[in-house]
Design a protein around this ligand. Sequence first.
Ligand code: DX5
Ligand code: ZN
Length: 221
Amino acid sequence: MPDYLIAPSILSADFARLGEDVERVLQAGADVVHFDVMDNHYVPNLTIGPMVCQALRNYGIQAPIDVHLMVKPVDRIIPDFAKAGASIITFHPEASEHIDRTLQLIKDEGCQAGLVFNPATPLHYLDHVMDKLDVILLMSVNPGFGGQSFIPGTLDKLRQVRQLIARSGRDIRLEVDGGVKTDNIAEIAAAGADMFVAGSAIFSQSDYAKVIAEMRQQLAS
Ligand code: DX5
Ligand code: ZN
């Protein structure tokens, strides 16, 4: 069985008690903290920045923090996130003027790097940068909000990317973000994903451990 990672999106966490809530979801069995950064410019919503990432580290959160940048421009915020304790930094290729430079910047800052594809973003952005990627993130909703429904066309796109990764011979994570629930996670995994972002599916429940265990059970079946 591939090693699957479950990454709760803290967009749906309790922002008034963020440290506590993040600690609780990690204790419940989550692997990675998915940290959604929105700028009310690239996407129509506004969330959190490097200060909050640093605050989580200061609070004692040690799990990898997966920073999903939905901002434009991208580059100037990257060193701030690296200093604030980000482990992975992903960005949308349409939001960067120089994709290779942005990927290199993330790596030079000591983080893992990834590209994010919106549902209608073509995969050709991968053509010349596979050697710089640690993660490919496919959005299965249009970015900006939690709680949307999974767009079924993502399954086919996942299969295509899984093939591209196999052909590259590189160890690249295939992450999926948006509308992931216990009842669709198995078919998403079957299409090739190995890292699952889930916001509302986890944080809307009172027992995080139960949802995460159900997700792992689905992944094992
Ligand atoms: C959407 C964000 C997602 C979102 C997922 O723009 O990137 O990470 O929080 O939330 P759910 O799992 O509720 O679709
Ligand atoms: Zn996200």
